[in-house]
Design a protein around this ligand. Structure first.
Ligand code: DQA
Length: 147
């Protein structure tokens, strides 16, 4: 278990590096840098720091989650499409033994059927969908306030 003063890890999965240009009508016009700035400012209100990591590769995300054990105090994750496909990502997320908030920019439940199931939700402390980038701020605020 990491100590609670440790940074909060903000993880983003496949295609989220394209935020701002990728289907803005679904995901909004803000970029991933905007998301991380918002997370950083929100964490700072609680005297906390964030560390951001994005990858289009499932293995790189899993390796980064392993490295969070003992190093980061909590995880905010938007797993992108891996939400709906990856048992391996779910298995990795329990390894750091920290609280996890799953975030989706869009309301996945109002979209295609295949987006309704998440392999991550069952091991998450909380799940946020449909709030756009404000969902990340809510997740950081929730985790930072927990200690
Ligand atoms: C997403 C929703 C997923 O279904 C999709 O594959 C994404 C983004 C979201 O933030 O709304 O890549 O996680």
């Amino acid at each position: 278990m990491a100590d609670t003063a440790a940074p909060i890890l903000v993880l983003n999965g496949p295609n989220l590096n394209m935020l701002g240009t990728r289907q803005p009508e679904v995901y909004g016009s803000e970029t991933l840098d905007d998301v991380l700035d918002l997370c950083r400012r929100t964490a700072a209100e609680f005297g906390r720091a964030i560390v951001g990591f994005q990858s289009n590769s499932e293995g790189a995300l899993i390796d980064r989650i392993h490295a969070a054990r003992g190093a980061e105090s909590a995880i905010v994750i938007n797993p992108g499409g891996l939400t709906h496909t990856s048992v391996a990502l779910r298995d990795a997320l329990v390894i750091p033994e920290v609280p996890i908030v799953e975030v989706h920019l869009s309301n996945v439940h109002a979209r295609e059927e295949f987006r309704h199931h998440s392999f991550v939700s069952g091991i998450a402390t909380a799940v946020i969908a449909g709030m756009g980038i404000e969902g990340y701020a809510a997740a950081v605020r929730f985790l930072a306030a927990r200690g």
